[in-house]
Write a protein that binds this ligand. Structure first.
Ligand SMILES: Nc1ncnc2c1ncn2[C@@H]1O[C@H](COP(=O)(O)OP(=O)(O)OP(=O)(O)O)[C@@H](O)[C@H]1O
Length: 351
C-alpha cells in the first residue's frame, strides 16, 4: 500500500497540515488526544473534505482540490473500524456482516464468508442480535463487516480503546491474523504506544495537526522513554514450561524466566519496565530475585538524564536503563558482558 496525503484542514483554532508519503502493510498513526489522528482518517475515508490538497492511494487520486476530484467514500475502497463497533442494532450478526458484502461491487467480492467467520471465530454468533454481544465480539463483527467489503486499505481508529486490557490483547491477534489472511493492509490509529508496537511495523507520529516523523515502533519507544513515567516497556513473548509452586517458568528465546504473575495459558506476553532491571558487572551471589540473566551489551543510547542499555539475552533483546554515574562505574559499553537481575514480580501480564 502506498499513501500520499498533502492536505490542509482547519477546524476553528485547530489546523491540520500534512505532506507525507508512506508505504507498508501495517502502519501506525500515533499521537496524543486532539493531535488530529481521527481528522486524518476522516479525510482519507472521504467522510470530511480537506480545505485544499491531494490524497493518493496506490497510484489513484482520491482527492485533489486543483483537479476537482473528490471520490465518494464508497468508491475509495477504504474500510473503517471505529472505537465503538457502530453495528446496526436491529440486525443480527450475520446481517451486519453481509452488509459489508453489499457495500462491495460484485467484481470485488473475493472474501470468502466462511473463511472469514472462521478466522474471526464468529460461527456460533451468527444468529445473535448485536445487542447481546460483548465488546470484544462486537469489534470482531465490525472488523468482519469491514473486511467483507474487501477494502484495499483498512483504517482502524482506536479499535481497542473501549475494551478491557485482557480483551484488547485477544483482539490484536484477530486484527493481525485477519489482515494477513485476506492481505488487507491497515492504518492503525492509537494513542497507546504498546498497541502501536504490537500492531505495526512503521509509525507516523502526529502532534498538533502535523506529522512529526516516520519511524519504527522501536525507535518511537526509545524516543519516548526519557519522558515516560515508566521508562521503556519491554514486551516479552513467552511459552509456558512448567509451574513451580507459586512461580511459573517460561521459555523466552533460549532463556528461562521465572514469573509470579503467570497462568496456565501456553503462550503469553509480559511487560517489563526498563526500570525494573538491575545490572551487575559480575555474577552476584545469593540474590532473592528469581531471574539472573547473563547478557551482552549491544548498544547504549541517551535517554533524558539516563542511559538506555540494549542487552542481548539468549537470542532476544531487552532494554534496561541506568543513571549516567552507574553507566560510568560499570563501564557499560557495546560488547561488554553484564548480568541483569529481575524479580519474578516485576513482569506484568498483557491480556
Ligand atoms: N467536526 C469538527 N468540528 C470542529 N472541530 C473538530 C471537528 N473534528 C475535529 N475537531 C477538532 O480537531 C482537533 C483534532 O481532533 P481529532 O479527533 O482529529 O484528534 P485525535 O488525535 O483523533 O484525538 P482523539 O485521540 O481524542 O480521538 C481537536 O481539537 C478537535 O476538537
Amino acid at each position: 500500500m502506498e499513501l500520499r496525503m498533502a492536505v490542509t484542514k482547519r477546524f476553528g483554532a485547530f489546523d491540520l497540515e500534512t505532506d507525507f508519503t508512506t508505504s507498508g502493510e501495517a502502519i501506525g498513526v500515533f499521537g496524543q488526544s486532539g493531535s488530529g489522528k481521527s481528522t486524518l482518517v476522516s479525510l482519507l475515508a472521504g467522510l470530511a473534505q480537506p480545505d485544499a490538497g491531494e490524497i493518493w492511494l496506490d497510484g489513484e487520486c482520491l482527492y485533489s482540490s486543483s483537479r476537482r476530484i473528490d471520490l465518494p467514500p464508497q468508491r475509495r475502497r477504504v474500510g473503517i473500524v471505529f472505537q465503538n463497533a457502530c453495528l446496526f442494532p436491529h440486525l443480527d450478526v450475520e446481517a451486519n456482516l453481509l452488509y459489508g458484502y453489499r457495500r462491495c461491487a460484485p467484481e470485488n467480492r473475493s472474501i470468502d464468508f466462511k473463511t472469514l467467520i472462521g478466522v474471526l471465530r464468529l460461527e456460533e454468533l451468527l444468529k445473535r442480535g448485536v445487542n447481546r454481544l460483548s465488546g470484544g465480539e462486537r469489534q470482531r463483527v465490525a472488523l468482519g463487516r469491514a473486511i467483507l467489503a474487501n477494502p484495499r486499505l483498512l483504517l482502524m481508529d482506536e479499535p481497542l480503546s473501549a475494551l478491557d486490557d485482557s480483551l484488547k490483547f485477544q483482539i490484536i491477534t484477530y486484527l493481525k491474523s485477519a489482515s494477513e489472511e485476506f492481505r488487507i493492509p491497515y492504518l492503525f490509529i492509537s494513542h497507546s504506544l504498546i498497541e502501536v508496537r504490537l500492531m505495526t511495523e512503521k509509525v507516523l507520529a502526529v502532534a498538533g495537526g502535523r506529522i512529526t516523523g516516520q519511524m519504527t515502533p522501536e525507535q518511537l519507544a526509545r524516543q519516548r522513554m526519557g519522558q515516560s513515567q515508566v521508562g521503556y516497556i519491554n514486551l516479552l513473548d513467552v511459552e509456558l514450561k512448567r509451574r513451580l509452586g507459586g512461580l511459573y517458568a517460561y521459555r523466552w528465546g533460549d532463556t528461562e524466566l521465572f514469573v509470579s504473575a503467570g497462568d496456565d495459558a501456553p503462550r503469553a506476553v509480559f511487560e517489563l519496565s526498563s526500570r525494573d532491571i538491575i545490572l551487575f558487572k559480575k555474577h552476584p551471589e545469593a540474590i532473592s530475585a528469581r531471574n539472573l540473566l547473563k547478557c551482552t551489551v549491544l548498544d547504549t543510547f541517551p535517554s533524558g538524564n539516563k542511559v538506555g542499555v540494549e542487552l542481548g539475552c539468549g537470542g532476544r533483546k531487552l532494554v534496561a536503563e541506568v543513571v549516567v554515574q552507574a553507566a560510568d562505574e560499570l563501564a557499560i559499553q557495546a560488547r561488554s558482558e553484564i548480568y541483569a537481575v529481575v524479580k519474578a514480580a516485576s513482569f506484568r501480564r498483557l491480556g
